[in-house]
Design a binder for this molecule. Structure first.
Ligand code: FAD
Length: 352
C-alpha cells in the first residue's frame, strides 16, 4: 500500500499554493479536485464579473497574476490556474470529489467513491462555493416566484422588468444590485444589520485589521466570519446608476415570505417576482466530520500559525476563515506546507 506524506483536497488558490510549497519541500503528495477543469470556484462565477470588478487576485507563489482587466473572471483565472498547474507540474487529479476522511491509527484515509488514498497528513482547501447558505424564513416554501442564490446568478438580463428582493449586506449583494436595479421594475434591498459603508480608502492596514478579527475568532474555535464582512462596503463607479435609483436604501429583514411577496416588519406586503439570496457561503468541510475537529463553539479551532487544526495537527485548513481570500489562501498554502513538514519531522523522530 502506498502511503503519501500529504493529500491536498481542492485545487483553488489555496490548494495550488499548498501544493507548490509541498513540492518545493519535496513532500510526496497528490491534489484531489472535484471540478472537471482548473480554476477552483472562479470557473463558476457569473459571466458579467470581469477582472476589473474583482477586488484583485493575488498572484500564486512564483508567478504573476493575470493583467487582463477586461476579461471575464470565469475565463481569465481558470486559464491562469491551468497554466500554473502545468508550469509547476503540480500533481492534480480530477475530477475527484472527496466524500470523507477517516482516521486509521497514525494515518488518514481519504475516500472518494470507490477510490481511496492513505496519507500521513491532509491539507483541506475545499473553499465555500459548494455550500451556498440560505437562511430559513417562515413561508419560504410557499413563494410562487423564483428564488436564486448568488451561486446561480444568471446575469442582469434575467431580471428585466421584474420586482426583485435582494437579501444580504455583503459585497455580492451590493454588486448584484448595481447590475439588477437599472433593468428591474423595482428592487428591495433587505439586510439583517445596518450595512457598514467604508468612508475612507481601503488600505492594506484596514485589510490586515479585518483579517486579524477573523483570525481571532478562529483561534477561539468560533465559526469564521467572512473577511469581507469586516472590511466594510463601498460603491464603485458601475454602481452609481443603481444608487441614483435608490437601490441602496436598506430595509430591515422581512418577517415572512408569502406566495406573492415578502411581509415587511410594518405589516405591508412587498410584491415580488424573485428573491435573490446574497447570503453567503459556509466552509465545505462535511467530509472531515469523521475526524471530529469541531470545537464546542461550532468552528474548527486553528493554532496561532493559522492553518493547523488544534484537535488534530495532521490536518491543515487553508482558505478557511482568515485565509478565505486569494491573498490569505496564498499565504496559508505556505504555512500549511510548514505545518505538514513539522508533523512529518515529529512523527519520524518519535518513531526512531
Ligand atoms: P475555491 O476556489 O473555492 O476552490 C476550492 C476547490 O476545492 C474547488 O476546485 C472545488 O472543486 C474543490 N472541492 C470542493 N469540495 C471538494 C471535495 N469534497 N473534494 C475535492 N475537491 C473539492 N477574493 C479576493 O481575494 N478577491 C476578490 O475579488 C474576490 N472576489 C470574490 C467574489 C465572489 C463572488 C466570491 C464568492 C468570493 C470572492 N473572493 C475574492 C474570495 C476568493 O474567491 C476566495 O477566498 C478564494 O478564491 C478561495 O480559494 P480556495 O482555494 O479556498 O477555494
Amino acid at each position: 500500500m502506498e502511503i503519501l506524506d500529504a493529500v491536498v483536497i481542492g485545487a483553488g488558490q489555496a490548494g495550488l499554493s499548498a501544493s507548490y510549497h509541498l513540492t518545493r519541500r519535496g513532500i510526496a503528495h497528490v491534489v484531489l479536485d472535484a471540478d472537471a477543469a482548473p480554476g477552483g470556484a472562479w470557473q463558476h462565477r457569473w459571466d458579467s464579473l470581469t477582472m476589473r470588478d474583482v477586488h484583485g487576485i493575488a498572484s500564486l507563489p512564483d508567478s504573476d497574476s493575470p493583467a487582463d482587466e477586461a476579461g471575464r473572471a470565469n475565463a481569465v483565472v481558470p486559464a491562469y490556474f491551468g497554466a500554473y498547474e502545468r508550469a509547476h507540474r503540480l500533481p492534480v487529479l480530477r475530477p475527484v470529489r472527496v466524500d470523507r476522511v477517516e482516521p486509521a491509527g497514525e494515518l488518514l484515509v481519504v475516500h472518494a467513491g470507490e477510490r481511496s488514498w492513505t496519507t500521513r497528513t491532509i491539507v483541506n482547501a475545499t473553499g465555500t462555493w459548494t455550500q451556498p447558505h440560505v437562511p430559513y424564513y417562515p413561508g419560504i416554501e410557499t413563494f410562487r416566484g423564483e428564488q436564486l442564490h448568488t451561486v446561480g446568478y444568471p446575469g442582469p438580463a434575467h431580471f428585466h422588468g421584474l420586482r426583485v428582493v435582494v437579501v444580504g449586506g455583503g459585497a455580492s449583494g451590493v454588486q448584484l444590485l448595481g447590475e439588477i436595479a437599472p433593468v428591474a421594475a423595482d428592487t428591495l434591498w433587505v439586510t439583517r444589520r445596518e450595512p457598514v459603508w467604508r468612508t475612507d480608502e481601503f488600505t492594506p492596514e484596514a485589510g490586515r485589521e479585518a483579517v486579524a478579527l477573523v483570525e481571532e475568532r478562529v483561534r477561539r474555535g468560533l465559526p469564521p466570519a467572512s473577511v469581507v464582512s469586516v472590511t466594510g462596503l463601498a460603491l464603485r463607479d458601475q454602481e452609481r446608476a443603481a444608487e441614483q435609483l435608490g437601490a441602496y436604501r436598506r430595509h430591515p429583514m422581512f418577517t415572512a415570505i408569502e406566495p406573492d411577496g415578502v411581509r415587511m416588519p410594518d405589516g405591508s406586503l412587498w410584491p415580488a417576482d424573485v428573491i435573490l439570496w446574497a447570503t453567503g457561503f459556509r466552509p465545505a468541510i462535511a467530509h472531515l466530520a469523521p475526524l471530529h475537529l469541531r470545537s464546542e463553539h461550532g468552528g474548527i479551532q486553528l493554532d496561532r500559525a493559522g492553518t493547523t487544526a488544534v484537535a488534530d495537527p495532521r490536518v491543515q485548513l487553508v482558505g478557511y476563515g482568515p485565509s478565505a481570500s486569494t491573498i490569505g489562501a496564498n499565504r496559508a498554502g505556505r504555512a500549511a506546507a510548514t505545518g505538514v513538514a513539522r508533523w512529518l519531522a515529529q512523527s519520524a523522530s518519535s518513531a526512531s
